[in-house]
Write a protein that binds this ligand. Structure first.
Ligand SMILES: [Zn+2]
Length: 599
């Protein structure tokens, strides 16, 4: 049975390890129900910290609290299950290498390591080999992954351990010695020179020490990457890997999900994690790279998702985007703002940005950015004054309108850019005006739009509705006419056009940007013209239940046409003729019941 703990069995093995000179530490165990003994509710089989479950040492500074004697081991008999780990590094005297991917297995074989006679154990699919520490590894950091082979070193004073048999893995598998290669049968071998060379090379390429190199040579299964192992490169590769493997990474929904997933990976695997800003910079540069490639006619193929391709693509990506300036490049300069330097601060002038004010009730602001013309907003983003005053709200409104441009609303940089900065040492003693303030100052009165001319927008919206009406169907069964269950418009009677208000707008919104509140404005304008308090609602009963509809008579349709004609009396969006096609809808339901809703 999985997670069955036998103290005597664990004790026997630990005593052997100690007799061989290994430093054995107590790790948290796994209760029979899959919880880690650390007590963290997420550290359990099926929890968000599953990968840690039963793998981490009890307490802090555990590197010094290894069991010196069998008496120390006996003290571990307290009714709580535990796993056991071996301390690695110079002090521990051993290192561990693990093949957790087919690439790593092939790499190990290419070095001839698979024939090495040294204590070897399995943890599920992968095999570990324990070999002796060598002083050439001193500057190689905690972990290196030459060829994807995870070499756990514990160099440079880093506390690192590996889990040994008879521990339980969270997957329900017990760590086991390989036949004839258990620690009581064979001696720990010296680490072969070939492997030492590979580890040292990987450490150098990955920027061992603090050079923060960008070359991550790990497999594309994300594991912990520590300081000195190329955290930046690792996250970059992971981000590109996620994005290039997605079917529609630039769709706003997917972009949001991917961004969050990569941020989560940063939190979980990068030690210490990159700041949110740094991580977003990496992620956004990948999206930008993807978009540019796509615009140049590229579309991903299976060759783009191999590890080599991803590695070489991230190198290219880094060449085109200076990592220090990635936020600026993908976030601001590229969108028309003009950078300038004030003290230590990179500040921005409005550049090509401008605003128009719609003096209605409430007042609205249109942020005009020519660089955003190719996006769904067409270069014009409507927002309320309240939104305009908040950097975070502007950022999210811009994202919703463009489906593309991410102004990171949480980042201090964007807030400072939008709202400005007070004078400080950093700014060389001068205050920096925000984009918001500059836009207001530059706003030209002639660009203000009086409410009256907003009717152009009403004309546009009314035109969209009429377009939807032109596709209205007629009932299949004239004897028993009924509306479309889908909510799409249907002339249920010669003077009754039945439709669901929400459904019609849903379809309009899929092709056009409709700002929050615009549906209501159109509705209110229609009510004004018709001198009505509310639209006419009716219900129809289908076998599946009752649905509510809005019913337009020819008069209502005429009111809509009036709106669509706009101020200048010309119809907008081409001819809107109301010759409705005779499209039949579905067969009628067995129950026919039409009733008016009492308003
Ligand atoms: Zn735990």
């Amino acid at each position: 049975m999985a997670f069955e703990f036998d103290f005597n069995h664990a004790f026997k093995w630990c005593a052997i390890y100690i007799s061989k000179g290994l430093r054995i530490v107590r790790l948290h165990g796994i209760w029979p129900d899959g919880r880690c003994t650390c007590g963290d509710p997420e550290c359990r089989v099926g929890g968000s910290k599953q990968r840690n479950c039963g793998k981490h040492p009890v307490g802090l500074e555990w590197g010094d609290r290894w069991a010196r004697s069998e008496d120390d081991l006996l003290a571990w008999c307290d009714g709580v299950p535990f796993n056991v780990g071996v301390v690695l590094g110079k002090e521990g005297g051993v290192i561990d290498n693990e093949d957790d991917s087919p690439e790593a297995t092939a790499f190990r074989e290419s070095l001839g390591l698979h024939e090495l006679i040294t204590p070897s154990w399995t943890s599920g699919k992968s095999t570990h080999q324990l070999t002796r520490w060598h002083d050439s590894l001193e500057k190689c950091g905690g972990v290196q992954k030459p060829g994807g082979l995870e070499c756990r070193l514990g160099a440079g004073g880093r506390q690192i351990q590996s889990v040994l048999p008879p521990s339980w893995h969270w997957s329900g598998v017990q760590y086991r010695w390989k036949p004839d290669l258990s620690l009581d049968e064979v001696e720990v071998a010296d680490t072969p020179r070939t492997l030492l060379v590979q580890i040292c090379n990987a450490a150098e390429a990955g920027g061992g020490g603090n050079s923060g190199g960008h070359k991550y040579h790990g497999p594309l299964v994300f594991r912990e990457v520590h300081d000195g192992e190329g955290r930046h490169g690792a996250l970059l590769m992971w981000a590109w890997n996620k994005i290039v493997n997605d079917r529609f990474p630039l769709a706003p929904e997917r972009r949001a999900v991917l961004t969050q997933e990569i941020l989560d990976a940063n939190e979980k695997y990068i030690k210490p994690q990159k700041t949110r800003d740094e991580a977003l910079q990496i992620i956004n540069s990948c999206f930008e790279h993807y978009r540019k490639k796509q615009e140049a006619g590229w579309s991903p193929t299976p060759t783009d998702i191999t590890q080599e391709a991803i590695e070489s693509e991230t190198v290219k990506l880094e060449e085109t985007i200076n990592p220090e300036e990635a936020v600026a490049v993908v976030g601001l300069e590229a969108h028309g703002l003009e950078p300038y330097q004030v003290g230590e601060i990179r500040a921005y002038r409005v550049g090509s940005w401008s605003i128009e004010m719609i003096k209605g009730d409430p007042v609205e602001i249109v942020l005009v950015v020519p660089q955003w013309k190719p996006t769904p907003c067409g270069g014009r983003v409507n927002m309320t004054l309240d939104t305009f005053r908040s950097a975070a709200k502007v950022a999210s409104t811009v994202f919703n309108a463009t489906h593309r441009v991410i102004l990171d609303g949480d980042s201090k940089k964007w807030v400072a850019t939008w709202k400005g900065m007070d004078a400080s040492k950093k700014t060389g003693g001068v205050s920096i005006p925000g984009i918001m303030e500059q836009l207001m100052a530059r706003k030209k009165r002639e660009h203000d739009i009086q409410v009256g001319s907003a009717s152009k927008r009403y004309a546009e919206l009314a035109g969209y509705i009429l377009k939807a009406f032109r596709r209205a169907t007629t009932p299949k069964d004239e004897e028993r006419p009924e509306p479309n269950e889908s909510g799409r418009p249907c002339w249920v009677a010669p003077d009754e056009l039945w439709f669901q208000w929400g459904k019609v707008w849903e379809e309009i919104s899929s092709a056009h940007d409709v700002a929050v509140g615009e549906k209501n404005k159109i509705r209110n304008r229609l009510l004004e013209i018709m001198h009505a308090k509310d639209l006419i609602h009716k219900r129809h009963r289908f076998p599946s239940g009752r649905l509510e509809y809005v019913v337009f008579t020819r008069e209502w349709v005429a009111a809509l046409e009036l709106l669509a004609s706009g101020d200048d009396g010309r119809p907008v969006k081409g001819e809107i003729d109301l010759v409705f096609p005779k499209t039949e809808n579905h067969s009628p339901s067995t129950v026919h019941d039409t009733e008016a809703v009492v308003a």
